[in-house]
Ligand binder design. Structure first.
Ligand SMILES: [Zn+2]
Length: 53
């Protein structure tokens, strides 16, 4: 169990793996799994966004 760095929502590991990207169910921020034992997350890198217009 850890907390969202954006909104402090409690996040459960479930079946997530290290490096997995997911979205906070509370605030919608993109997060990346930093580790699974203990479970830790950080903001996801933005570089996968498609900014082309
Ligand atoms: Zn959040």
């Amino acid at each position: 169990m850890t907390q969202c760095p954006e909104c402090d929502a409690r996040l459960e590991r479930k079946d997530r793996i290290e490096g997995e990207l997911f979205t906070c169910p509370e605030c919608g921020v993109e997060l990346e799994v930093n580790g699974t034992d203990p479970f830790a997350v950080s903001y996801a890198p933005k570089e996968q966004e498609d900014w082309g217009e």
